[in-house]
Ligand binder design. Structure first.
Ligand code: 2BA
Length: 108
């Protein structure tokens, strides 16, 4: 068995949940926050059989999109030469995925 931990953008969450549950895959959604941008994102915990891992990766690839975001430069690195409201472009997503082997699974 494997545990897939996938960090995705909030706006992709509904589509991913619908896609996974339509295939009878079980998923838990956790509200999280990225450490760099400090913006909300979603972490999914997906417990699966080993043979389902390629399917889950494929579904995540199709449903999660990379997007460019413009965020204000941190006050400490703002250069007035670029104006007071300087923004930097950051690419976020589609999904950051960790796959773990599960040592033990039990529902009591
Ligand atoms: P954040 O930490 O808010 O990062 C958002 C985006 O900012 C990242 O997109 C990346 O493009 C950029 N970024 C992050 N740290 C950076 C740094 N030190 N220097 C320059 N740019 C940086 P993604 O890579 O797609 O990550 C999206 C979210 O996934 C992250 O939000 C974080 O919540 C999570 N994540 C990504 N890699 C992770 C890891 N190795 N461990 C745990 N969580 C991770």
């Amino acid at each position: 068995m494997k545990l897939v931990v996938a960090i995705i953008q909030d706006r992709d969450t509904d589509v991913v949940l619908d896609t996974l549950t339509a295939r009878k895959l079980r998923v838990t959604r956790v509200a999280t926050t990225g450490g760099f941008l400090e913006q909300r994102n979603t972490t999914l915990l997906i417990g699966i059989e080993d043979f389902q891992a390629p399917l889950v990766m494929d579904l995540l690839r199709k449903a999660c999109h990379r997007r460019s975001m413009f965020v204000p430069m941190a006050a400490g690195i703002t250069d007035t030469a670029y104006g007071l409201h300087s923004q930097i472009e950051v690419e976020v997503g589609g999904a950051t995925v960790f796959v773990f082997d599960v040592e033990h699974f039990e529902q009591v």
